[in-house]
Design a protein around this ligand. Structure first.
Ligand code: INI
Length: 160
């Protein structure tokens, strides 16, 4: 591949502040996502006092809390962690769609990188697989994505 000017984010989290917004619903899964996210940031140089955990009841409440958190202008990025698991009713579809749409909108409106670490799975087994077992840990992936996005944004100066 030819060498062209490339802007990319490094994965050093020293000095950055992150809020982890995590739901209590399905907490035995979500707790694994939180552990993965915290571990990721600490291993990449973040200071413990710069990480804040905000608990919300369920994924559906996440967009509002994320919006308020973004408006505080205290954080470099947000990581949203939750698990929406399909049940016997269409409830799953409403919750999953609203949360994804709401969080994407908040990230765009606030200009703050937001990691989407919310599992949307058909079964409990699929959720377990994505919370630190054979399919990785979505909390880690979301944290890495936010850190990389923050570092890219730092290099994109506002249009003057
Ligand atoms: N919330 C979740 O975070 N995950 C789910 O799987 C879930 N299901 O399936 O019902 C869920 N529902 C609760 C919802 O997020 C709200 O907290 C609730 O409806 C109250 O507003």
């Amino acid at each position: 591949m030819s060498q062209i000017r490339t802007i990319e984010g490094h994965l050093q989290a020293e000095g950055l502040k992150f809020a982890l917004i995590a739901s209590r619903f399905n907490d035995f899964i979500v707790d694994k996502l939180i552990s993965g996210a915290v571990d990721y940031f600490l291993r990449h140089g973040a200071e413990q006092e710069n990480l804040t955990l905000i608990r919300v009841p369920g994924a559906f409440e996440m967009p509002l809390i994320a919006k308020k958190t973004a408006a505080q202008n205290q954080y470099s990025g947000l990581v949203c962690l939750g698990a929406v698991i399909r049940g016997a009713t269409p409830h799953f579809d409403f919750v999953a769609a609203e949360v994804a749409k709401g969080l994407a909108q908040i990230s765009l409106e606030s200009g703050l990188p937001l990691g989407f670490g919310i599992l949307t799975t058909d079964t409990l087994e699929q959720a377990i697989e994505r919370a630190g077992s054979k399919a990785g840990n979505k909390g880690v992936e979301a944290s890495q994505a936010v850190l990389e996005a923050v570092r890219v944004l730092e290099q994109l100066s506002p249009a003057s």
